[in-house]
Write a protein that binds this ligand. Structure first.
Ligand code: FAD
Length: 292
């Protein structure tokens, strides 16, 4: 498998700025995120405090970012990262459509994790999953409920329906979902994931909604953003943010974090600045590996 020097997760100002600097420094870069960049950029009305671009709309700021990427030939790989595993010499990155390898990782996924459902954290790995591709084997012949926070989750529900005994899809957005006929769509609000004892272990047994209780062996929660500690095991946090030093280094060697994810204030220019620092720190880390 192709191994990248620097994988950047997130296409807001932090991730894009990291991609620009890493590319200028001639590194083999993988930029994973959204081809529309970030909603927090594109949907902002009037931005007064981005240096050099006074009174710019979010739409025009996004266009300026895109044109910078185009000038440098930087491509965005449209994909959602579900899990990252430190493998010693590299990181294995699991996504909705496959996996990637990279010597370093820059996390720039922003903030917006939402509160976990009661029972979600306790039953994670015991029937609760954030990744259809990673846990497809476990769903074979079992009842699955998929809670989808955006339309991208529909493809994952379809995929699971090829293996599961049944798949119920709960869309958490207004648009009408378009899923395969094997998938049952339910318009209800989830409130709790319930567990029951099975062979001495508590496993998922049902999903409780505001109006009913639905039996399930697995509950897939497919949010737009995943909490960083669920994304990468062993990552040290500082409250709700990833703990970083001034070089944007996390506690994991070769893993950096920047932007909103790395703390307040939540600002475009601060995110872009931290993306630049994270990329330079990753370049320095790669050089130190060569010296070893
Ligand atoms: C309406 C609004 C107006 C604002 N106005 C201003 C302003 O005027 N001035 C100012 O300085 N700041 C403003 N902000 C704050 C600013 O938007 C944020 O500080 C900034 O966007 C943070 O950048 P970021 O790169 O850290 O994260 P984000 O912009 O949130 O980008 C995160 C990116 O990561 C991607 N991502 C998340 N999870 C994954 C995953 N698992 N796999 C792959 N990709 C993933 C997302 O799709 C997104 O592209 C505003 C925010 C909002 C919401």
């Amino acid at each position: 498998m192709e191994r990248y020097d620097i994988a950047i997760i997130g296409t807001g100002p932090a991730g894009l700025s990291a991609a620009v600097t890493a590319t200028v420094r001639n590194k083999k870069v993988l930029l994973l995120g959204n081809k529309n960049l970030s909603d927090k950029v594109g949907k902002a009305h009037d931005i007064q405090n981005y240096l050099g671009l006074p009174d710019v709309s979010g739409e025009n700021l996004a266009k300026a970012f895109q044109s910078h990427l185009d000038n440098l030939g930087i491509q965005i790989t449209q994909d959602k990262v579900n899990a990252i595993y430190p493998m010693g010499e590299y990181y294995s990155i699991q996504s909705a459509s496959g996996s990637y390898e990279s010597k370093t990782v820059i996390l720039a996924t922003g903030v917006n994790f939402g509160r976990p459902l009661p029972g979600e954290e306790e039953l994670l790995g015991k029937g609760v999953s954030y990744c259809a591709t990673c846990d497809a084997f476990a769903v074979r012949g079992r009842k699955a409920i998929v809670i989808g926070y955006d339309k991208e989750a529909e493809a994952e529900a379809d995929f699971l329906s090829q293996m599961a005994q049944s798949v119920t899809y709960i869309p958490m957005y207004k648009e009408e979902p378009s899923v395969s006929e094997k998938v049952i769509v339910l318009r209800e609000i989830p409130v709790e994931i319930l567990g029951a004892e099975m062979d001495g272990m508590t496993m998922v047994s049902a999903l409780k909604t505001r109006t009913a209780e639905h039996q399930a062996d697995m509950v897939f929660i497919l949010r737009d953003t995943i909490s960083p500690t669920h994304l990468i095991p062993g990552l040290q946090m500082d409250g709700n943010h990833v703990a970083v030093n001034l070089q944007m280094e996390t506690n994991l060697p070769g893993c950096f974090a920047c932007g909103d994810l790395a703390g307040k204030p939540y600002q475009y220019i601060k995110s872009a600045g931290q993306g630049n620092v994270a990329a330079l720190a990753a370049v320095g880390y790669l050089s130190s590996l060569k010296e070893k």
